[in-house]
Design a protein around this ligand. Structure first.
Ligand code: 5AD
Ligand code: SF4
Length: 465
């Protein structure tokens, strides 16, 4: 395209940033920005940052060091490279970013990226240090257009859709209520329109995302606030959408209608990320999680009654202020009791402005490292046990991309594990039955099942092979 400029977006952190990065590219497309996978070709580099832990927050500065060198190299060739910092890091640090990294041209907060095209235009006109991190009065989603079919097609057969953003829970370790603001849900109609567009572009699996997704209460077409369970049921009716997931959920908002959806809604995959953070009631209270260990276990048992094979995953924090060896032992005990399909675990990182950072009884780094190590071993054992049970079972796999080796495709099982299978390219974007033959720590291997061989033939015929 004449006059087109190249855009490179790098996402850090969570899935919401992945989604936001796409929407940022969508807002810049009408201004002539075309995405490139090669950062050295870019006219505009956006770093979409994360602020959840100190390590994540610092990463952006080392990345900015590298991008600054590219900017200087471009200038030598008479080319101007603009640098924008977006996301939760931008929201939290604002002007501080341009002070620490003067090569940055634009800082745009996580609630303002619908204004990105204007901010970039100002920087293109020569304005220095364009910073916009105010929480806007208008709704950013209202200002965003649906992406083009072509852009959507190029992004594969699975997609995230933000349905809810922000959080009112104020866990004492967490920056999210400050970086993403108060909880807000998008209206059902807007979400349905977005998923219809995705389905039209070939998307088969949609994950509804939000920091507190099961607190969803967006306005339905009848004017009443709809629950997440009602939203899922509506999205499941969209032709072409074969699989649904949602993340991340809070145990307090796991209401009966959502639990029952795991039994009754066939498109809803048997997989749930339900962070618990700690197995100790004393620490849960200090974290302001507003539920006990027993409450969590009760939610899990109701879920498992509804869907016995549910693959549960979680997040854990070790070394929250005041955590003793006994409290930590309670966390290890909970992992043993639940039997997770996997989990993320983190050392507590005191975040500026959060109540946890002000507590005096901070835990030593070596103690945190030791507990993290032991917790990860327990989680790995859970995961290996979960995966082992699947050997010999036939699972439906949605093929997402070519595998590492020729003739292989990689897809996801209903439980979200990656599965590598020898299969023809015509099965990309399709669901086929796969018999699991072998499991490794982070992926599984399988062979197309007998019924799938028939599907394979049909796919080959459809593809004109
Ligand atoms: N330190 C360590 N981990 C954190 N998380 C959130 N805040 C912190 C923090 N200050 C973890 C929680 C959350 C996940 C997204 O990140 O486990 O569920
Ligand atoms: Fe952070 Fe707690 Fe809200 Fe999750 S529920 S985003 S951990 S404050």
């Amino acid at each position: 395209m004449k006059g087109s400029r190249k855009l490179f977006v790098k996402s850090f952190g969570c899935q919401m940033n992945v989604y936001d990065s796409r929407r940022m590219a969508d807002t810049l497309a009408p201004k002539g920005y075309v995405e490139t996978a090669a950062i050295e070709d870019a006219d505009l580099v956006i770093l979409n940052t994360c602020h959840i832990r100190e390590k994540a927050a610092e990463k952006v500065y080392s990345e900015l060091g590298r991008v600054r060198l590219l900017k200087e190299a471009a200038a030598v060739h008479g080319r101007r490279l603009l640098i924008a910092v977006a996301g939760c890091g931008a929201q939290a640090e604002g002007e501080e970013i341009v002070r620490r990294a003067p090569a940055v041209d634009v800082v745009v907060g996580s609630q303002n990226y619908h204004r990105l095209a204007d901010l970039v235009a100002r920087a293109e006109r020569g304005e220095k240090k364009v910073v916009d991190t105010e929480f806007p009065v208008e709704d950013k989603f209202d200002a965003l257009h649906l992406p083009s079919l072509a852009a959507t097609r190029s992004r594969g057969v699975t997609a995230f859709v933000t349905v809810q953003e922000g959080c009112d829970k104020f866990c004492t370790f967490c920056v999210v209520p400050y970086t993403r603001g108060a909880e807000a849900s998008r209206p059902v109609g807007k979400i349905v329109a977005e998923v219809e567009r995705l389905a039209e572009a070939g998307v088969r699996e949609v994950t509804l995302i939000g920091q507190n997704v099961n607190a969803y209460h967006g306005a339905g077409p009848d004017g009443r606030p709809w629950s997440l369970a009602e939203l899922l049921a509506r999205v499941a009716q969209i032709s072409g959408i074969e699989r649904l997931r949602y993340t991340t959920s809070h145990p307090l908002d796991m209401h009966d209608d959502l639990i029952v959806a795991h039994r009754d809604l066939p498109q809803l995959m048997p997989q749930l990320h339900l962070p618990v953070q700690s197995g100790s009631d004393r620490i849960l209270a200090a974290m302001n999680r507003r539920h006990t260990r027993a409450d969590y276990l009760s939610v899990v048992s109701r879920l498992r009654r509804a869907r016995p094979d549910l693959a549960l995953t979680s997040d854990f924090i070790v070394g929250f202020p005041g955590e003793t060896e006994d409290h930590f032992a309670a966390t290890l005990g909970l992992v043993g009791e639940i039997g997770y399909a996997g989990a993320y675990s983190f050392k507590y990182s005191p975040r500026p402005g959060t109540p946890g950072a002000q507590l005096d009884d901070q835990v030593d780094e070596e103690v945190k490292a030791d507990r993290l190590h032991r917790l990860q071993a327990a989680i790995d054992a859970n995961q290996a046990a979960f995966n082992r049970r699947l050997i010999g079972r036939t699972l439906s796999v949605l093929f997402e991309r070519p595998g590492r080796y020729g003739g292989q495709l990689v897809g996801r099982s209903p439980y979200l594990q990656p599965v590598q299978v020898t299969a023809p390219p015509a099965l990309l974007g399709r669901i086929a039955d796969v018999t699991i033959t072998e499991v490794a720590s982070n992926s599984m291997f399988g062979a197309l099942a007998q019924g799938a061989a028939r599907a394979q033939k049909t796919a080959l015929l459809d593809a004109g092979a």
